[in-house]
Design a protein around this ligand. Structure first.
Ligand code: HEC
Length: 116
């Protein structure tokens, strides 16, 4: 009788472990919409670069107009990560997650950029 109970617990336990695994597996597949960098941009960058990226004079310096930036996506990621402290552009390394910095770079290239 006792050993039957133990086996029962074992089976239930195994079933639980497997179902939790299945849930974890399921979670990985869900892609959470991240707003494409717009939200982080407005929160962290718009103070100096303005909501549309036009930039202008700030306490730090002259924030560049991101709508006409000639930087590539990789260069944008570099500038956002390491900043240009002497020129008033703060580094965001450790403040914004790397994948989110990439989102912002894409946002600058695709949404802020003036089409001509
Ligand atoms: C405290 C004000 C300030 C904040 C906040 C700020 N910047 Fe800047 N940013 C500047 C200034 C000033 C410059 C101009 C530096 C220079 O002359 O090269 C600049 C330059 C840049 C450049 C270089 C553009 C080019 O064409 O050379 C990029 C890209 C940039 N900022 C992106 C961002 C992003 C993205 C954020 C938010 C995560 C941000 N900045 C937040 C002040 C700021």
């Amino acid at each position: 009788m006792k050993s039957k109970n133990i086996i029962g617990f074992f089976v239930v336990g195994l079933a639980l472990v497997f179902s939790f695994n299945a849930i974890a597996e399921e979670r990985k597949k869900i892609v959470v919409p991240r707003g494409g960098g717009a939200k982080t941009f407005l929160k962290q960058c718009a103070t100096c670069h303005k909501g549309d990226g036009r930039g202008g004079h700030t306490e730090g310096g002259n924030a560049k107009d991101l709508r006409v930036t000639k930087l590539t996506e990789e260069e944008l990621i570099h500038v956002i990560t390491y900043g240009r402290l002497k020129l008033g552009m703060p580094p965001f390394d450790g403040i914004i997650q790397p994948d989110r910095i990439k989102d912002i770079a894409i946002y600058i290239k695709t949404k802020l950029k003036l089409k001509n």
